[in-house]
Design a protein around this ligand. Sequence first.
Ligand code: LMR
Length: 400
Amino acid sequence: VFDHVVRAPEDPILGVTVAYNKDPSPAKLNLGVGAYRTEEGKPLVLNVVRRAEQMLVNDSSRVKEYLPIVGLADFNKLSAKLILGADSPAIQENRVTTVQCLSGTGSLRVGAEFLARHYHQHTIYIPLPTWGNHTKVFGLAGLSVKTYRYYDPATRGLNFEGLLEDLRSAPSGAIVLLHACAHNPTGVDPTTHQWEQIRQLMRSKALLPFFDSAYQGFASGNLDADAESVRMFVRDGGECLVAQSFAKNMGLYGERVGALSIVCRTADVAGRVESQLKLVIRPMYSNPPIHGASIVSTILKDRTMFQEWTIELKAMADRIISMRQQLFDALRGRGTPGDWSHIIKQIGMFTFTGLNSEQVAFMRNEYHIYMTSDGRISMAGLSSRTVPHLADAIHAAVTR
Ligand code: LMR
């Protein structure tokens, strides 16, 4: 009965790792998936995470019971506080409902399913380009997906006029997906002033903001600065949704820990929204896993551990920034044609190099360097040792 099933293509991002794993070359380098690596090219488990895990293991009162449908209560409160700010009026007025979800993707999907059932507008605008999974997450939840202009290949920066124009012509009430910081894949963010203009325009047209916050702390190394875009929209008293991931900033990739917060107008509405979120979650996976959320709440609620986390987070962000400088210097040193200053201007985990799919294929075939076909490279996968190899490959690709 399954004879007709055709083989599906690999995922455009996760499939890069599949291809990389098959490559026997010792020189191979995976700059596809956004996953942090040390200078030695190894995955990193933060010391503070190890310590939290040890505390959890040693606590014999801990059991493996089901969590509630909405997840761990402490985790939810602390996650909302982290993204919205401890002094957020929305939190103080109990207008925020937060549910623990399966990392960023799960949070986006639960939010999308909720909107498809309970929000009057079913059109969502996502930036062009955006993280490849956004289209599928929102489309499969039943929303109609449209794009707004975001990146300008000519300047390798933000197409701000195009963005405003597209949001201005969106139907009133449409949902708009915004990357809270460190836009994936471009590494290009609006300035604070531009965010303010976006906010004013969106509020004047009653467009509903849905933030994807996957890199809080990774863009600037500062948790508050990277949450400022979200907080601007919360300060004005209006509604918004925020999907949070702890994959990158706590290095909890495989633990699948994230949160969806919906900021409402009143506490009463927030309570009713939460009751409906439970109906979305229960038939999908019943309730979320306990381990990752326990790690996060252990760290967030302890002053010293929180402090330790911010130091480790800043060290990851700083290493990425230093990789940008090293790659830029290496290309300049080789006299590689083109203006590569976008490498040091873009922020977050990724550089959107501007390399085309043929150049990407050339680098994979000839240099065993793996990246997504849109020319995005994960700076977090680079090290001082591998920068020269990458610079050689880019140089060869653009001078071919
Ligand atoms: C990425 O963009 O590489 C990450 O967000 C990982 C993923 O799931 O795609």
